[in-house]
Design a protein around this ligand. Structure first.
Ligand code: PNS
Length: 163
């Protein structure tokens, strides 16, 4: 059984992430979307909220599971019996960071193989950070995130504005 891990912050899930998940699900028996528990990043959505959104947006894709992890990715992979890391590459600028992570993970566990996947062209400029920034400033992000994420952003913005 081929098990891949698709790790990330997913704060929040974008259509670009979803596109990569769909593509990976065609290649692997199980795709474990793994949300990093990283308290240092001051996220907009909590880990359980992010996991819930990912679950709702991927429940129709066979083989996809949603997990969270803390600590090293390679340790999570060992626990999950996964040998492949999937990462999306949007532009050349992503490559340097991704190369460093892939080589570090390989150094930590020689069996951890990273594959880079390209999202659909229309999502090559989409990132969670920009989605949040544009949404906060009143821009339209409806075509960049799943409907459930858009609703969550609207709820969260209303909460933020009320404070
Ligand atoms: O979506 P992101 O924030 O670019 O994802 C980064 C992520 C979660 C893949 C990366 O930070 C990670 O794997 N963190 C776990 C800690 C770890 O294993 N670090 C060493 C390998 S670089």
């Amino acid at each position: 059984m081929r098990i891949a891990v698709y790790p990330g912050s997913f704060d929040p899930l974008t259509n670009g992430h979803l596109d990569i998940i769909r593509r990976a699900a065609r290649l692997f028996d199980r795709v474990l979307v793994a949300v990093l528990e990283n308290e240092g990043k001051a996220p907009l959505f909590s880990v359980p909220e992010r996991m819930e959104l990912i679950s709702r947006c991927t429940d129709s894709i066979a083989g996809v599971e949603v997990h969270s992890f803390s600590g090293l990715l390679v340790d999570f992979m060992r626990r999950a019996n996964a040998s492949v890391v999937v990462r999306g590459i949007r532009a050349v600028s992503d490559y340097e960071y991704e190369l460093q992570m892939a080589l570090m993970n390989r150094q930590l566990n020689a069996d951890a193989e990273t594959i880079f996947m390209l999202p659909a062209v229309e999502y090559t400029y989409v990132s969670s950070r920009l989605v949040k920034e544009v949404f906060r400033l009143g821009g339209d992000v409806a075509h960049l995130v799943p409907a459930a994420v858009l609703d969550a952003l609207k709820d969260r913005l209303a909460v933020t504005a009320a404070r």
